[in-house]
Every structure is written in C-alpha cells, then in structure tokens.
Design a protein around this ligand. Structure first.
Ligand SMILES: C[S@@+](CC[C@H](N)C(=O)[O-])C[C@H]1O[C@@H](n2cnc3c(N)ncnc32)[C@H](O)[C@@H]1O
Length: 274
C-alpha cells in the first residue's frame, strides 16, 4: 500500500502515518483511520516523501514524529523516562516554572496546562508535586502524548510512575473544556507557541516539527484569545510562558513576571493560593 489519499486532504496539511515494520501495519492502519491521515507502508523511504512533510511512525508501543525529505532532523518522541526529561524536572526550568505557578503555596496545587504540546512543562509541574490536567487540541500531538503517558506508566521506576499518576490528559480546545474539568483548578498555564527561543539541537528539532504542524497555534491572535478565555475562568492565577523579549499576550499587563535567560513567565494573579 502506498499513500492512500493526498496528505493535503486531511486537517493536517502535511502529515501521514507509517508503520516501522510490517508487524506494525495493523496499528498504523487504525491510527491513520482514527486521525483521517494517509498511510505509508513500512518500505517507503521518508527521504523521498514529498506529499507529507512529517510522518507519525508506529513502532511497537511507541509513536514518533519524523520530518520527511533529505537532511531532516531525527524523530521526536514523548519519552518521560528519558534522561533529558529527568534533568529538566530538576533544573532551573523547574524552579522558575514552579515559582510562576506558586508551587509550595498550596498542596496539592492543581494546574490546567491548556497547551500541553509534548507534555514537557506538565511533566516538570507534576514532578514538583502539582496535579496537572493537560489539554491538547492537535490530534497527532495528542496521540503522541497518550502514547508517552502509557509507556511511562508501564515503567518500573517508582518516581516516574508517581509523577505520571499526577498527569491527566484531555483532548480538544481548552476553551471548550467542560466546566467540571475546571473545577478545583488553581492555576491555568499557557505556552501557546514554539518561538525561536532555544539553541539546543533537540529543541530546534521539536520546533521545526511543530512549525510544520501547528500553523493555527502560531497565530498570535489565537494565543491572545486563549489568554482572554483563561483570565475569565475562576482560578487563582494564570501563567503564560513567553520568549523573554516578546510583548505580553493580548497586550495585557501581568501582575508580575518571572524572568529567565530565554523565557519569561507572565503571572496574572486573581487571588491568593490557599
Ligand atoms: C508550544 S506547544 C506547548 C509545549 C508544552 N508546554 C511542552 O512543554 O511541551 C503549544 C501546544 O498547545 C496546543 N494548543 C494551542 N492552543 C490550544 C488550545 N486552545 N487548546 C488546546 N491546545 C492548544 C498546540 O496544539 C501545541 O501542541
């Protein structure tokens, strides 16, 4: 089987699904059907694929996202057990993000990560002890997150499974979340775009893929509307991650900012966390 329909027909302008081996073809067919994406067989070399700019690769229990074409960077996976995720959860990133959401002021702190993406910030927050509801509207990224959570939950590492137990996943646009999902949420966290903000190859690779996939999320007005929605919810605070020199979303002045080297957290305080 080759591409079954034009990749431009789907919601994603440029995405397809491929099985890593013939043994994965059954799962790949199901995923392609579920996402309404074209399917590539395992024998197709992604260097030569031009009709899809990125491909979701099904390999056993894991799912990766790989750009097509010559010179494309390596695949992106959601691997919460990886050394880089562990490092991230103990680094300065975690300290700044923790401070921004008000970690330590209330236990447990309940955070809605309304722009879950690859779940890295949600993982940092859950690592700090927060209970995190992640919301992701992009169906392909949602599948990757789901897959990453499942494989981390099956990991025998007690610390990792403890962290994963504090993470829950919701599908769809955060602005359409049912009211009961927002009940008890203390903080809404937003990281709506992948700006050019980090120099490491790993981040560049992820950014490049997201730029291919998430044209809608890259629309500044889209992010502005999300902040306006978040501020209208009954939570103690809203936190927005921004590139350090970028203006605040919707030109709304935050109560205060927590500044790092390349990112800044704009904190909108409604009331005390208690
Ligand atoms: C920059 S990424 C977030 C990265 C994430 N903080 C991380 O650590 O991996 C932004 C993500 O938010 C999602 N997104 C943007 N607006 C959304 C909305 N209104 N509801 C749900 N997801 C949204 C996009 O699909 C994208 O996956």
């Amino acid at each position: 089987m080759s591409i079954t329909n034009d990749a431009t027909d789907s919601g994603h302008k440029a995405l397809a699904v491929q099985a890593a081996t013939t043994a994965d073809e059954g799962c790949a067919v199901q995923l392609a059907q579920r996402l309404g994406l074209p399917l590539l067989t395992a024998d197709i070399d992604l260097i030569h694929v031009t009709r899809a700019r990125a491909v979701l690769i099904v390999s056993g229990q894991s799912l990766s996202l790989q750009q097509t074409g010559r010179g494309a960077p390596g695949p992106v996976v959601v691997d919460f057990g990886s050394p880089s995720m562990r490092y991230r959860s103990r680094s300065g990133t975690s300290e700044l993000l923790g401070k921004a959401v008000g970690h330590g002021k209330k236990v447990p702190l309940r955070v809605l990560d309304a722009t879950a993406g690859l779940g890295r910030d949600a993982f940092v927050l859950a690592g700090l002890g927060c209970e995190v509801v992640m919301c992701e509207r992009d169906p392909a990224i949602l599948e990757m997150l789901r897959c990453g959570l499942q494989s981390a939950a099956a990991n025998s590492d007690a610390w990792l499974s403890g962290v994963i137990q504090r993470m829950r996943l919701c599908s769809g646009d955060a602005q359409h979340l049912a009211a009961k999902k927002l009940q008890g949420v203390d903080v809404i966290y937003l990281d709506p775009m992948f700006p050019q903000r980090a120099k490491s190859a790993a981040v560049k690779k992820e950014m490049a893929l997201f730029q291919v996939l998430l044209e809608c999320s890259a629309n500044p007005q889209d992010a502005d509307a999300l902040l306006v929605w978040a501020l209208a919810q009954d939570t103690a605070r809203v936190v927005v991650k921004r590139p350090s020199k970028a203006p605040s979303l919707a030109t709304l002045k935050p109560s205060h900012c927590i500044a790092g080297k390349s990112v800044r957290y704009d904190v909108y305080v409604h009331r005390k966390l208690y």
